[in-house]
Design a binder for this molecule. Structure first.
Ligand code: NAD
Length: 330
């Protein structure tokens, strides 16, 4: 099958080539999919896209016209794809439902520890041979309450890790995981109760119409003073403006984020010479208690191997006229 991989990054190409061997004719482009770049897919039966690619209604219609039959996502999240349009136009879409939940959960923990123990500030001082310890006080995570919003694959690993730290666990999900209650003492509560009683809140829900701006000023106002929020899910699960207000009022003690609601067209590129004209991002970057990483929680060898293997597996199934269990379209 002829496959065009959009948004191909140098770091992932070797993994995709290793998984593909010589099965499919795979071409790579650094460009992201949009209605403007859909034309590049002319002559390809399949494309592969990542989270910064935009497969909206218009783009899907164009892809259909250009003869694309299959879209193999290299991500878990699929909020960037209009699945209804794809189903209607008979374009099959599949994702990588689980690559390494450990990669994401461990990154969430890294953000938390770095913020709580003020490692960036500490290291900046040491680099200048300043060994003063003022304003570097954090707290023990042991016995603190961690609220985990979304207890699916990644949230479950987060529960396991934070249980190891000796934390009390509160969970919020539309689907309860009884194993987490049994094994780690997780207590499911309402979203309001989770927000009101957690020292740290970690987000692990997909972005959809129900979770868009799930964390807003009403919930923030009920949080404990100094709550740490960690978001490795999707940027728009939190209302960024409300979070900034919370940070300024100190209601939110710190924010660790790997995802940002306006990250499309900003993340995954070197923007150091043309700083993005994005006031929210600039404001976040200026706050000392905010730690931002550029959507790289998935960047481990294990995750990249699994992503590449499942992306190629989905294409293998389609090229053999079979269904893949990872299909998202009806
Ligand atoms: P998952 O499907 O295993 O778990 C998601 C959980 O959220 C499920 O338990 C589900 O019941 C729950 N949920 C869905 N809608 C909800 C709602 N309205 N209210 C409460 N709970 C709800 O997914 P996962 O593998 O754990 O991934 C979670 C999210 O993490 C993905 O959707 C993706 O957006 C994000 N992610 C980010 C990165 C990254 O690099 N930063 C990488 C992978 C995934």
């Amino acid at each position: 099958m002829k496959v065009l991989v959009y948004s191909a990054k140098k770091f992932e190409i070797p993994f995709l080539e290793a998984a593909n061997k010589t099965k499919h004719q795979v071409m790579f482009t650094e460009e992201a999919l949009s209605s403007a770049t859909a034309m590049k897919a002319v002559g390809y039966e399949a494309i592969s896209i990542f989270s910064a690619d935009e497969a909206c209604f218009v783009t899907i219609e164009k892809l259909k016209d250009f003869g694309v039959k299959y879209i193999s996502l290299r991500s878990v999240g699929h909020d960037n794809v209009n699945l209804r349009a794809a189903s209607r136009l008979k374009i099959k879409v599949a994702n990588v439902p689980a690559y390494s939940p450990h990669a994401i959960a461990e990154h969430a923990v890294a953000l938390l520890l770095t913020l709580n123990r003020k490692l960036i500030e500490s290291n900046a001082r040491v680099r200048h041979y300043n060994f003063n310890l003022d304003n570097l006080v954090g707290y023990d995570l042991n016995n603190k309450t961690i609220g985990i919003i979304g207890t699916g694959r990644i949230g479950a690993v987060m529960c396991k890790i934070m249980h190891g730290f000796g934390c009390k666990l509160l969970g919020y999900d539309i689907d309860k995981n009884i194993g987490l209650e049994k094994n780690y003492g997780l207590q499911y509560v309402s979203l309001a109760d989770l927000c009101a009683n957690s020292d740290v809140i970690s987000l692990h829900v997909p972005l959809n119409s129900d979770t868009h701006y799930l964390i807003n000023e009403d919930l923030i106002s009920e949080m404990k003073e100094g709550t740490i929020i960690i978001n490795t899910a999707r940027g728009a699960v939190v209302n960024t403006s409300h979070i900034i207000k919370g940070l300024r009022s100190r209601k939110i003690g710190a924010l660790g984020m790997d995802v940002y609601e306006n990250e499309k067209n900003i993340f995954f590129k070197d923007r150091s010479v043309s700083v993005p004209d994005d006031s929210l991002l600039i404001e976040l970057n200026a706050l000392p208690n905010v730690l931002i990483t550029g959507h790289h929680a998935f960047l481990t060898n294990e995750a990249l191997t699994n992503i590449a293997e499942t992306t190629i597996y989905n294409l293998d199934c389609w090229s053999q006229g079979k269904e893949t269990e990872n299909e998202l379209t009806a």
